[in-house]
Design a protein around this ligand. Structure first.
Ligand code: PHE
Length: 476
């Protein structure tokens, strides 16, 4: 039993250490790495964004993940319960996490549905007409009906997996398909790098031009780091609550962070050289993977077809192992705090998500309500990626640094002194002082600069929602 709570039912434990690392990595590695990272890097100037992103992963992401694992394992509770069981005034941090989970699941399944649709499109001849690949993507995602059907199928897969409890088939599928996806990314990279003109893409990625960096770019890098590592919303707290007392938290955190970052960088290397060679714009936006990868494989003939199929199957599975963790955060809240049965919890959460996804998907075709000229898809993305996750991560740090004691944390992280963590002091000071201040500065500056691009009001709204949740915390 991984918990010392007297009133909690015994929690399942992860079968093996590798099982846990793979599950946490499964949550981390997803659309964030392969779909979002390349296009966000592209929109934010490339190399300089990547340098800042890496710095955030190392100094902030690693520390926040370790904090979440420690809080989760220490309390043996999921997102909301972890805070509530320690101090009711902090419950709202968990609730913001649940809200983030709902909102991310308000657009993630739309993109997951695209990945699924591309498995079908590739097998029915998409690659035979390379010139049409770009237009076909644009036509597809702005279509009011088709993407919704795929989203529905994708969401249904999530429902089935999460209804059955955490592990099982999806973990096994992940274990096989993740390494395959990784290999395919390497193949795509090699192919892309071999094209004439590819070097411009390498340069775009790796020779940073800091003159293009403004506070918006810095906030984008911070948000991307939290999103990609699944931080700031209690997901890793929930996973940590299932972790055995003897597991080495520091090492686990290192492995998950390294895998996640490795896949993101590899996805960048797979996309950019090819894009430059194919004469596409680096700021092409969310269509990047769905256009570049099929175009590259189209040039390879028969094997290209197989690689493309494996790529989109792998992408779908990577997305699934992430979205089930998002759904699980909401579901375990409904089960633990609202006393629902698992099936009811899954269905209610998924129903809300489906509605949000319908708005998100339609908004890409210009249909549906907008707020400050921004459609639902972008609103959900902006609120979560730029505000909720970063502020959520900051609050977890403040909670650990100021509400828990240094001794408690040291005992938890070193397994009562058995595991050596020479950098404990550094980690502790980062969590207690540096990260809260750094996130506050980046968020503040990013929001101010967002007023030029029209995104500021929505981000500010996010801060308002957090403040309101905090004020209502007694009732949650
Ligand atoms: N990290 C996941 C990805 O990169 C997304 C995610 C965010 C999952 C937050 C859980 C929590 O696709």
């Amino acid at each position: 039993m991984a918990t010392s709570n007297t009133n909690a039912a015994p929690r399942d434990n992860w079968g093996s250490k590798l099982g846990f690392v793979m599950a946490a990595a499964g949550s981390a590695v997803g659309l964030g790495n392969i779909w979002k990272f390349p296009y966000t890097a592209g929109e934010n100037g490339g190399g300089a964004f990547i340098v800042i992103y890496l710095a955030f992963v190392i100094f902030i992401g690693f520390s926040v993940m370790l904090t979440e694992f420690a809080v989760g394992r220490k309390t043996g509770r999921s997102a909301v319960g972890a805070f509530k069981s320690t101090d009711g005034r902090w419950t709202f941090v968990g609730v913001i996490g649940v809200l983030s989970g709902l909102l991310i699941m308000g657009f993630y399944p739309v993109v997951g549905g695209w990945a699924l649709a591309y498995v079908q499109k590739v097998s029915t001849g998409l690659l035979s007409n390379p010139e049409a690949i770009g237009d076909s993507f644009g036509g597809f995602i702005t279509n009011p009906i088709q993407p919704l059907m795929w989203m529905g199928v994708y969401l249904l897969m999530n429902i089935i997996i999460v209804s059955r409890g955490i592990s099982g088939g999806i973990e096994k599928a992940g274990k096989v398909l993740m390494p395959i996806l990784f290999l395919i990314l390497i193949i795509v990279s090699v192919k892309g790098l071999s094209l004439p003109g590819a070097m411009a893409g390498v340069e775009f990625l790796f020779s940073p031009d800091f003159s293009k960096v403004d506070s918006g770019v810095v906030l984008a890098a911070l948000g991307q780091a939290f999103f990609s590592l699944s931080l700031g919303m209690g997901c890793m707290i929930t996973y940590g609550s299932y972790l055995k007392k003897k597991e080495n938290l520091v090492q686990t955190t290192g492995m998950v962070t390294a895998m996640d970052t490795g896949v993101a960088i590899l996805a960048g290397i797979a996309m950019f050289p090819a894009m430059f060679a194919l004469g596409m714009e680096p700021a092409a936006g969310p269509g990047l993977v769905f256009v570049v990868v099929p175009q590259l494989f189209a040039e390879m003939g028969g094997v290209g077809l197989i690689f493309a199929l494996l790529f989109f199957v792998g992408l779908t599975v990577a997305a699934l192992t992430s979205s089930v963790s998002l759904l699980e955060v909401v579901v375990s809240y409904l089960i633990d705090e609202k006393g629902m049965k698992r099936t009811t919890a899954v269905l209610s959460a998924a129903a809300v998500m489906a509605v949000l996804c319908i708005f998100a998907s339609l908004s890409l075709g210009g249909v549906g309500p907008t707020l400050f000229d921004t459609g639902a898809f972008d609103i959900f993305d902006l609120l979560t990626d730029k505000i909720f996750l970063a502020v959520g991560g900051m609050l977890v740090c403040i909670f650990a640094g100021w509400r828990l004691s240094r001794e408690e944390l040291e005992k938890e992280i070193t397994n009562d002194g058995e595991v050596k963590f020479p950098l404990f002091g550094l980690w502790y000071n980062l969590v207690k002082f540096v990260i809260p201040v750094a996130v506050a500065i980046v968020a503040f500056a990013g929001i101010s600069s967002g007023f030029d691009s029209g995104k500021g009001p929505i981000m500010l709204m996010g801060i308002g929602i957090i403040a309101l949740t905090g004020l209502l915390s007694k009732k949650l």
